[in-house]
Design a binder for this molecule. Structure first.
Ligand SMILES: Cc1cc2nc3c(=O)[nH]c(=O)nc-3n(C[C@H](O)[C@H](O)[C@H](O)COP(=O)(O)OP(=O)(O)OC[C@H]3O[C@@H](n4cnc5c(N)ncnc54)[C@H](O)[C@@H]3O)c2cc1C
Length: 402
């Protein structure tokens, strides 16, 4: 049996580790193909941007841990997928498969708003390692030449948590440097209320974020459609431009080009429609997990906000998909479950823990929202534990919060 996994981040790596728990090398030849040769702990990108971590500290090469699990690693870029012939094409060769798991994440759809960046316009965003390094440089420039800052998300964004982490992180850094009085910070979000995050909010998170932003003199506006980012300002629908010398704006996402351009694989945005076990709705033997998956918005909002796909959710999808593949090889069907989310938002000097189960409302359980310094320490400890475990070829249990 040939199983090919595309992507070496939370989705791809978790699928590989979980598959090997169920299928010995004699039963399945597993190949993981990724264009990046390192795994990066993406939730720590805001810390890299603030100069609190280096990329080296939050990443490791994929080859050795995968080899220890008898998974072949190929550092190649996928250019196309033929689901009829069951073949993946890379710049170097073709990879036939019996089962394929697509975990290629996102492409930043910077074309959605003029000026989104950093490589397409003057905006900044920590959506990938190179973009995070660029943002770290922009923040260093801000420290030497202070001016107003906008932190926000464009219409249709789905990854909203970092907006708050970057606003609080920047506020904290500027206070430490005694520069905060020279830097007005504004949060501009498409969310209808603070903390909506594309999942309809979570318990008392709105009240908590309002109080935390007001306490820190961070201005905020909700239901905002950013229309343009220039070197001096962020333009929005129906309001005068907000002055900004450093505009950190999270873009809407789309599927990566190889997926979006492969016939019959994805929706118009390049995301892959799947069933409850993360199987492709039409293509035989094809699964998708993580940000690559198409998930409909939780609700209709005046300015579009898309459903979140967090690292924790990605790992739950990976577990369900891998167990279903192993079960199908044995002629059975794997179990499925609704996605829950647990995460800690870094607020600079403390953290907020949020747990929602399920992610998509309505929910039987009241979401947990708790604030305090121990949560920030827990987030730092989780990062270290995750990297140490994954680097040893082991999967981190999804029962642990992020
Ligand atoms: C700034 C930021 C902070 C975040 N904070 C949190 C948090 O605190 N908690 C949380 O749970 N989630 C957080 N998230 C979300 C989390 O990082 C994502 O959910 C997670 O990274 C998704 O994993 P993935 O495997 O789907 O894809 P990705 O992480 O996007 O990885 C994609 C993989 O596919 C590979 N790839 C892409 N294209 C190709 C190709 N053509 N050929 C071969 N390989 C390819 C890449 O090399 C990479 O290995 C954050 C995200 C960001 C951007």
């Amino acid at each position: 049996m040939r199983i090919v996994i595309l992507g070496g981040s939370f989705g791809g790596l978790s699928v590989a580790y979980e598959l090997r728990r169920h299928l010995s090398p004699e039963r399945a030849e597993i190949t993981l193909v990724a264009k990046d040769e390192r795994f990066s702990f993406v939730p720590s990108f805001p810390w890299v941007a603030m100069g609190r971590r280096t990329l080296e500290q939050i990443s490791f090469p994929l080859a050795a841990p995968l080899a220890s699990r008898k998974v072949r690693f190929l550092n190649e870029t996928v250019t196309g997928i033929d689901t009829d012939a069951k073949v993946v094409t890379t710049a170097r060769r073709e990879h036939p498969y019996d089962f394929l798991v697509i975990a290629t994440g996102h492409r930043s759809a910077n074309e959605a708003v003029p000026g989104l960046g950093p490589f397409d316009g003057p905006g900044h965003s920590p959506m990938s390692a190179p973009e995070t390094i660029e943002l770290a440089g922009a923040i260093r420039s801000l420290l030497s030449d202070p001016g107003p800052v906008v932190v926000g998300a464009a219409p249709g964004a789905s990854c909203i948590g970092p907006v708050y982490e970057l606003a609080f992180g920047l506020d904290h850094l500027l206070r430490q440097r005694k520069l905060r009085h020279q830097v007005p910070i504004s949060v501009l979000t498409p969310e209808p209320s603070l903390g909506h995050m594309g999942m309809g909010g979570a318990g008392k998170i709105r009240q908590l974020l309002e109080a935390a932003l007001e306490e820190r003199d961070i201005a905020y506006r909700t239901s905002i459609a950013i229309t343009k980012i220039t070197r001096e300002a962020v333009e929005t629908e129906g309001l005068p431009p907000t002055p900004s010398v450093c505009s950190i704006v999270i873009p809407p996402l789309a599927g990566v080009e190889a997926v979006a351009t492969s016939p019959g694989l994805s929706n118009p945005k390049g995301f892959i429609p799947v069933d409850a076990r993360y199987r492709h709705q039409l293509a035989d033997g094809v699964y998708a997990v993580g940000v690559a998956v198409a998930l409909p918005p939780a609700d209709e909002t005046p300015v579009p906000v898309n459903f979140p796909k967090t690292g924790h959710m990605t790992e739950q999808m990976a577990e369900i998909a891998a167990r279903d593949i192993a079960a199908r090889i044995d002629g059975r069907e794997g179990a499925t479950a609704e996605l829950s989310a647990r995460c800690v938002l870094d607020m600079g000097d403390r953290g907020v823990y949020m747990a929602v189960d399920p992610v998509r409302p309505p929910r039987d359980k009241i979401p947990t929202v708790s604030e305090g310094r121990p949560w920030l320490l827990a987030k730092q400890a989780f990062e270290r534990a995750y990297l140490a475990t994954a680097r040893r070829g082991r999967k981190v249990p999804t029962t642990i919060g992020w």
